[in-house]
Each structure stands twice: as structure tokens, then as C-alpha cells.
Ligand binder design. Structure first.
Ligand code: COA
Length: 257
């Protein structure tokens, strides 16, 4: 069991803290496993009426661990890959999900927000989905959810150019419920979680089911995952991961189409 996800429960609120700040909370297979276990267990836990997801340190998360992407691409990853189970649990969770986001939310750090029912951003939050810059494709049903949420033009630009979107703009685009000063982030998210925890859990679950088509989202995740797995094995992806490890920009122009 990894110590990189801290799990706490109090007053009906299950708090999941990404706690690998020395690597900017980059998500490993073990972390996905622990998050998936927690989301699955919450379904039948009367003490987990609301789930709050947050990150330790100066950012929410830098996204999937790029070193682990490189291992998978090189055929070196062993054992069960938990990301699929995490995404299924996220899509199927009947509990209200709240995210508290400071600093960068990269890749899955942003796409998981599309599955959260309330999103609170600190003023310094920066949301980005640089899948194409890593020679990959969108995941977590974001190829469906992001254009629906913010419109095709903005979503395409976020995917294709990977530029970070600042908190104020993300709020204007409908990606968040609140933007607050960094010092008030935990308080605001905690207060919203506390209010939701007092609401009738059954009515919240049915409301969520009516608003989110888990079957449609799961099908989109499955299709994206196939494309994603193919992309991981390409020469473009190898160049992207090597460039990250060598701390240099990738050079895709040297590769044939
Ligand atoms: N996977 C693996 N390691 C990561 C990581 C990631 N996604 N993001 C950061 N790290 C590591 C760095 O390699 C560095 O490790 P080191 O101290 O052993 O050298 C450490 O975390 C600190 O990161 P650093 O890049 O120095 O922090 P920063 O504040 O200058 O930049 C980011 C933060 C998030 C902008 C930058 O780390 C980044 O672009 N990371 C990759 C994001 C990404 O592409 N994620 C995948 C999306 S699909």
C-alpha cells in the first residue's frame, strides 16, 4: 500500500490527499490503485457521504508519472495496471466528488475534475491537458466531456496545444464552481463538503445518476484507452518521454508522419 495517497474520514467526508509532493504529486500505478480502492469502498461506507480530492504541496498533481508511461511504452510495466479501475470508479461513483485545486493540474489532474461535482480552484490554479504534446490522446472520457463543458474550439486548443488555462478563465468557461485565494482553498472546499454531507445521500446519488450517464462515459473511456495504449508504443511517444527524462523539448519534426 502506498503512502502517497493519504486517506482521512471525518463527519461524513472522505478526504483523499495526493501526497507525493517531491514529484509534484505525479500519479503512479500504486496511487491509482489506492484511489480506486477508496472510491470503491466509499460506495458502501455510510461514513463516506462526500469525497474530497486534494493535493499536498504547491500543486494538485503533475498528472500521470511520465517515467511509468515510459516503462509501459518499453514493455517494462509488470502486474495489474490500476488506472482503468480508478477511471471506472470515478465514472461510477455515486458519492458527490469535490476537488480542491492549487497550482498545476496536469493531464488526468484536469480530466478528473470533469468527473467532480464541485470544483474549487485557488487563484493560482492552472489547468492543462497536454496529451498531444506527449504524443498521446485524451483520456478519462475528456474527449467527450471537455468539448461538452467548454465548447469544441476551446477544448481542441487545450488538447492540441496543451497550454495551461488559468483559474479565472477556467471558472468563466464553466470548469469550476469557485475561485478563492490560495489560503482559503481548504476552508472553502471543506465547507462545501460539510454542507453536502448534511444533504440526503440517496437524493444526491439519484441526482448525480440523472446528470451523468455512467454507461456512456465508461464506453468513451474504453475507446480512448485503446487508442491511448496504441499511442504509448509509437516513436512519437518515445521521443516525448525521452525528452522529458533529458529535460529538453521534444523534436517531433524529425519523425515521419
Ligand atoms: N512524472 C514524473 N515525474 C514528475 C512529473 C511527472 N508527471 N512531474 C514532475 N515530476 C518530477 C520531476 O521530474 C522532478 O523530479 P526530480 O526532482 O527528481 O528531478 C520533480 O518532480 C519536480 O518537478 P519539476 O519539473 O522540477 O517542477 P516544476 O515546478 O519546475 O514543474 C511541472 C512542474 C508540472 C510543470 C513539470 O514537472 C512538468 O511539466 N511535469 C510533467 C507533466 C506531464 O507531462 N504530465 C503528464 C500529463 S499526461
Amino acid at each position: 500500500m502506498t503512502e502517497h495517497v493519504v486517506i482521512e474520514k471525518s463527519k461524513g467526508i472522505l478526504t483523499l490527499t495526493l501526497a507525493r509532493s517531491e514529484k509534484k504529486n505525479a500519479l503512479t500505478n500504486a496511487m491509482y490503485g489506492r484511489l480506486a480502492d477508496a472510491l470503491e469502498a466509499a460506495e458502501t461506507d455510510p461514513g463516506a457521504r462526500v469525497i474530497l480530492i486534494r493535493g499536498q504541496g504547491d500543486m494538485f498533481t503533475s498528472g500521470n508519472d511520465v517515467g511509468e508511461f515510459a516503462d509501459i511504452a518499453a514493455g517494462g510495466a509488470r502486474g495489474e495496471q490500476h488506472v482503468g479501475r480508478f477511471l471506472r470508479a470515478l465514472v461510477q461513483s455515486s458519492r458527490p466528488l469535490i476537488a480542491a485545486v492549487q497550482g498545476r493540474a496536469v493531464g488526468i489532474g484536469t480530466t478528473m475534475l470533469l468527473h467532480c461535482d464541485l470544483v474549487v480552484l485557488a487563484e493560482n490554479a492552472l489547468l492543462s491537458t497536454p496529451f498531444v504534446s506527449l504524443a498521446l490522446v485524451p483520456e478519462a472520457a475528456s474527449s467527450l466531456l471537455l468539448p461538452l463543458r467548454i465548447g469544441h474550439a476551446r477544448a481542441y486548443e487545450m488538447f492540441a496545444l496543451g497550454e495551461p488555462v488559468p483559474a479565472a478563465k477556467a471558472f468563466d468557461w464553466g470548469m469550476a464552481n469557485r475561485v478563492v485565494p490560495l489560503g482559503r482553498l481548504d476552508e472553502e472546499a471543506g465547507e462545501l463538503a460539510g454542507r453536502l454531507a448534511k444533504q440526503p445521500v440517496g437524493a444526491l446519488a439519484v441526482t448525480k445518476r440523472l446528470m451523468r450517464r455512467a454507461d456512456v462515459l465508461a464506453a468513451q473511456v474504453a475507446t480512448e484507452s485503446e487508442r491511448f495504449a496504441e499511442r504509448l508504443k509509437t516513436a512519437e511517444a518515445r521521443e516525448a518521454f525521452t525528452a522529458f527524462a533529458e529535460r529538453r523539448p521534444p523534436d517531433f519534426m524529425k519523425l515521419a508522419s
